[in-house]
Design a protein around this ligand. Structure first.
Ligand code: FES
Ligand code: FES
Length: 203
């Protein structure tokens, strides 16, 4: 193991790629090169066909295999690092983005299934941080370390779009898949209530 850790980054990637190829790893660990690189090597041939995606209102062309998780396409190929990698298994919510307005876990979503749909990341939620959820988040000072927060905000925004005046139970149910290691749950709930009342006042 020590030899692997001390090996040059390129060799470490080759090693990880071989484990994936042998089916010994089902997720790609965080290493200091874009995860996309691992995927390219696993596939083993250069990619030729660009895929068109609509991200935050802009059409982007990405060179990615169909099965690459949307999370990596957004982070590594589009440079949208607001979306976070947490568990890689649709369990923590850190990677939440909107697909046609619905909250989805991008770590498990093959990029091919996002073509022809509107993808929204935290960077595209509003041009200037003026979405009621973003304003309420700042007002209540929800954030602690921040790692989970773009996922929390995207889930909360999708909830309010679907349900403008959610009860506490509905908030808890909708946000149950977003884990926060810092335990900001009470403030998250309070901020969603606050955003809901801001929207009511604007009507
Ligand atoms: S990284 Fe996607 S749910 Fe945890
Ligand atoms: S604010 Fe730190 S994990 Fe949620």
């Amino acid at each position: 193991m020590l030899v692997i850790l001390l090996a040059p980054v390129e060799l470490r990637y080759e090693f990880v790629s071989s484990l994936i190829g042998l089916g010994k790893l089902s997720i790609v660990p965080c290493l200091p090169l874009p995860a996309a690189t691992v995927f390219y090597r696993r596939v083993g041939e250069p990619l030729e066909t660009a895929m068109k995606l609509e991200v935050n209102g802009q059409v982007r062309e990405v060179d990615a295999p169909d099965e690459m998780p949307l999370l990596w396409v957004l982070r590594d190929l589009c440079g949208l690092t607001g979306v976070k990698y947490g568990c890689g298994m649709a369990q923590c919510g850190a990677c939440t983005v909107h697909l046609d307005g619905r909250a989805v876990r991008s770590c498990m979503l093959p990029v091919a299934s996002a073509t022809g749909k509107k993808i929204t990341t935290i960077e595209g939620l509003s041009p200037d941080g003026s979405h009621p959820i973003q304003k309420a988040w700042a007002e209540i000072d929800v954030v602690q370390c921040g790692y989970c927060q773009s996922g929390q905000i995207m889930s909360a925004a999708a909830l309010l779009a679907e349900m403008p005046d959610p009860s506490d139970e509905e908030i808890d149910r909708a946000m149950a898949g977003n884990i926060c290691r810092c335990g900001t749950y009470q403030r998250v709930r309070e901020a969603i209530r606050r955003a809901s009342s801001m929207r009511r006042a604007q009507r």
